[in-house]
Design a protein around this ligand. Structure first.
Ligand code: HEM
Length: 291
């Protein structure tokens, strides 16, 4: 029989689902990290790639994976994210056909789903770009500021008040590190499971100024083991933000739905997709497979 000439490899849903599974397995195996999981720092990597987007100029966003290069990788806001990029290096070696920019976002999706969050639909189409596409420093939010700053930064990406609050629910995950941001501690008692606990704690706990030798942050009065940043508390100080904090504190399903919708948009900012929105895929998580 005549052998057909093979065209270039065109990865399909199954191929990306394989990458997902590999990342999920690695998350399970490499538990010698903060609270036993690289999940939170992978979410932060995907967010910091995407959150550089500027809707006026169309620059920044997750296309390009320009954080690989010194100027952007060294921005203060990106301190510590090398741990996430290094974690994904063996995955890139195993699947050389995937771009870093698609891989980093897929890893964010995987981490959210594997930490029991909602499904985040995904489509590939990001390509890696050179150092000249690095964004200037200062596009990501500054935790020492408040509502005006949050609206300016997230407004530049195209997000409204409700979306800013939904996105902030990601702080149910992970922790602050003194050697990265200067801040210290986790926001919730279960920093490797996504829930609406961040919102519940914001409304149900009393928060006081932490007395310490570091930047201004808040601690819960009852246990003094949890933290909030000035930008986190801005969400309950501001009336317009607060209505959404209350809603998500009461209703985890509403939080999950809005979180999925807004993270999907965040992760697609600035990407010149060739396929339409109906081409998005939903990956199976380990929990779906066990069911
Ligand atoms: C961690 C600030 C929004 C996800 C952090 C840290 C800071 C910070 C200071 C600690 C970094 C460290 O010391 O390791 C902010 C500010 C935001 C914001 C000012 C403005 C609202 C977001 C958004 C997401 C996100 C929109 C995702 C959708 C995370 C995660 C961590 C984190 C998962 C934990 C990382 C880890 O455990 O290593 N954030 N963030 N943040 N942020 Fe945010």
């Amino acid at each position: 029989a005549e052998e057909k000439t093979k065209g270039p490899f065109e990865p399909k849903f199954e191929d990306y689902q394989k990458v997902y599974k590999t990342i999920a397995k690695l998350l399970e195996e490499k538990d010698d990290y903060d609270d036993g999981s690289y999940g939170p720092v992978l979410v932060r990597l995907a967010w910091h790639c995407s959150g550089t987007y500027d809707k006026e100029t169309g620059t920044g966003g997750s296309n390009g994976a320009t954080m690989r290069f010194a100027p952007e990788g060294d921005h203060g806001a990106n301190a510590g994210l090398k741990a996430a990029r290094d974690f994904l290096e063996p995955v890139k070696e195993q699947y050389p056909w995937i771009s870093y920019s698609d891989l980093w976002i897929l890893a964010g999706v995987t981490a959210i789903q594997e930490m029991q969050g909602p499904h985040i639909p995904y489509r590939p189409g990001r390509s890696d770009r050179d150092v000249s596409f690095c964004t200037p420093d200062g596009r990501l939010p500054d935790a020492s500021k408040e509502q005006k700053h949050l609206r300016a930064i997230f407004g530049r990406m195209g997000f409204n008040d409700q979306e800013i609050v939904a996105l902030s629910g990601a702080h149910a995950l992970g922790r602050c590190h003194t050697d990265r941001s200067g801040y210290d501690g986790p926001w919730t008692f279960s920093p490797t499971t996504l829930t609406n606990d961040y919102f519940k704690l914001l409304v149900e706990e009393k928060w006081q100024n932490k007395k310490w030798n570091g930047p201004k942050q808040f601690e819960d009065v009852s246990t003094k083991t949890l933290m909030m940043l000035p930008t986190d508390l801005a969400l309950v100080k501001d009336k317009s933000f607060k209505q959404y904090v209350d809603k998500y504190a009461r209703d985890n399903d509403a939080f999950f739905k809005d979180f999925s919708d807004v993270v999907l948009r965040l992760f697609e900012l600035g990407v010149p997709f060739t396929q339409g929105e109906d081409a998005r895929w939903t990956f199976k998580s380990s929990f779906d497979e066990a069911a």
